[in-house]
Write a protein that binds this ligand. Structure first.
Ligand SMILES: Nc1nc2c(ncn2[C@@H]2O[C@H](COP(=O)(O)OP(=O)(O)OP(=O)(O)O)[C@@H](O)[C@H]2O)c(=O)[nH]1
Ligand SMILES: [Mg+2]
Length: 489
């Protein structure tokens, strides 16, 4: 592989940063835990519940250090990185506990430091610092761009946009693209229109009816302070993969901006955040894909493969073997399992395992250990058996959010109802058997879809005296055991 001057500079910066981190970690053992997932996957709720559980006494029987009483105390410490926003834990917790509302959507990276005082198995007192970094999964899916030329990226994006259900959503953009001549003189207005139509198409794909996952470049849908900047104003063109752009052409302008996107957005993210992580949890909203249909599930599979590739790209892109990205444990977690009866939790886990299987096999020879889990960071439902005729159906009880509807009934956000969420298949392959494997919102109405998961409000909590109430969860302790259990021996 050829390395450019830029790669060398990048490598030097990475190494310097890694040296500083190494020095700090030597005196003060630290785990940097990355929490990621696509938009609405459940990152904010997960981190809030995790911190709350560790600092205020959650019920974690499977988290050994905690259950055996070896953790004396866990407390928040000042956020260490001056340039990264602090994770607004207190605000998010208040929303959940006091108001029974889910936290508002977050679009940027944020970070929080938790310090855990514990006793080793041999009796010695120790401290582990846990830095938790919340960042959008969309940023991660940008990393593969580092290895792609503009022409390659254009060809891949175009091929993807011609598949169902994307082709329909891309019609306006395709029509505009058909009239563009890549070799013609550069033209700001044509570029602006192309970028806008391309972004509209990406946004339409994200709608809950389609729930597509693979939508790079990530910042097009969450531009933040780069809104309208040239680095975000480009789009794919119909150009040959091995062609090169004539000087002064529209094509050359797109290439320049695509490269600027990599320089301004992708490389700094890699260097300042991704390369510094030790452990990673990837949250996945599989239920949103079941709601939408088989295409959404296939897209999710491709996105997860892309995410797993990122961990490899990190290892092969940069020169040094000494300061390579060091993530050694990756957990894929299907969130919101409280929407299912517990009899289906293992099935959800099996489906997620199947979804990441192919990509995980390829990654098997890498240093990272990979696992999957189905969890609910905050359990919003209870379980009950509801009689229907002679049958007893395993149901879940919860308060649907105001505005949710099912079977023609609109909910007010106050009334608790029992729903029968439907069974997931015992054999995950059943869901992957082609585009007719199950019916989702992308091809049929709400009433005919095979899965329809309602959104519930956070649960009412019982207070015992002054102590803050514990948040109910599903398998959060298993997650903790996998992610940091070995560092608390
Ligand atoms: N029932 C249930 N719903 C959840 C849970 N976690 C998240 N949700 C739902 O998913 C939505 C998104 O959760 P967030 O934690 O805000 O997701 P996020 O990944 O931080 O989303 P962005 O900040 O928009 O990227 C919430 O508003 C809830 O409706 C859970 O454990 N149980
Ligand atoms: Mg968030």
């Amino acid at each position: 592989m050829a390395f450019s001057f830029q790669d060398m500079v990048e490598e030097a910066r990475l190494s310097a940063r890694a040296l500083i981190d190494y020095g700090e970690h030597f005196f003060n053992p630290t785990v940097r835990l990355g929490v990621t997932g696509l938009s609405r996957a459940g990152k904010t709720v997960f981190i809030t519940a995790l911190i709350h559980g560790l600092t205020r006494g959650g019920r974690f029987p499977v988290f050994e250090a905690y259950a055996s009483g070896r953790i004396a105390r866990a407390h928040l410490a000042p956020q260490p990185d001056d340039a990264v926003p602090r994770f607004a834990y207190e605000t998010h917790l208040r929303a959940l506990v006091e108001e029974r509302h889910w936290p508002t959507s977050t679009v940027d990276i944020s970070e929080l430091r938790l310090v855990i005082d514990y006793q080793r198995h041999n009796g010695a007192d120790r401290t582990l610092t846990l830095d938790i970094v919340d960042y959008p999964g969309e940023w991660l899916l940008d990393l593969p761009l580092l290895q792609k030329s503009y022409e390659q990226w254009s060809a891949e994006s175009l091929a993807l946009s011609r598949e169902a259900p994307r082709a329909h959503l891309a019609a306006d953009w395709h029509a505009h693209l058909g009239a563009l001549k890549p070799e013609a003189r550069e033209d700001e207005q044509a570029t602006l229109t192309a970028a806008k139509l391309f972004t509209d198409y990406l946004r339409a794909c994200r709608d809950e009816r389609f729930a597509m996952s693979l939508l790079p470049p990530g910042r097009f849908l969450m531009p933040g302070n780069l809104t309208h900047s040239p680095a975000l104003t480009f789009a794919p063109l119909n150009v040959p993969i091995d062609g090169s752009a004539p000087d002064g052409s529209l094509w050359a302008m797109m290439v320049r901006r695509y490269e600027a996107y990599k320089d301004i957005v992708v490389r700094p993210f890699f260097r300042d955040h991704f390369a510094r992580l030790d452990r990673q949890i990837v949250l996945v909203d599989a239920l949103a894909a079941f709601n939408a249909g088989p295409e959404a599930l296939h897209d999710l599979e491709a996105a997860l493969a892309g995410i797993l590739d990122c961990f490899r790209i990190g290892r092969t892109t940069f020169l040094s073997s000494l300061f390579r990205p060091r993530i050694d444990r990756i957990l894929f977690a299907a969130t919101k399992a409280d929407h299912l009866h517990h009899s289906s939790h293992d099935r959800l886990e099996a489906i997620l395992r199947r979804t990441v299987a192919r990509a995980a096999e390829r990654a098997a020879h890498e240093e990272a250990t990979i696992d999957v889990v189905a969890l609910a960071a905050v359990r919003a439902t209870r379980e009950a058996q509801v009689a229907r005729g002679r049958e007893k159906l395993p149901s879940i009880l919860g308060t649907p959010m105001a505005g949710e509807s099912a079977n023609g009934e609109m909910f007010d956000g106050e009334t608790e109802v029992a729903t029968f969420p439907g069974d997931l298949p015992a054999d995950p392959e059943a869901l992957f058997a082609g585009d007719a494997a199950f019916r989702g919102l992308s091809s049929t109405g709400q009433d005919k879809a095979d899965y329809r998961f309602l959104r519930f409000r956070p649960p009412p909590l019982e207070r015992a005296g002054e102590a803050p109430p514990a948040l109910p969860h599903i398998r959060l302790d298993r997650v903790l055991q996998f992610l940091i259990g070995d560092r608390l021996q």
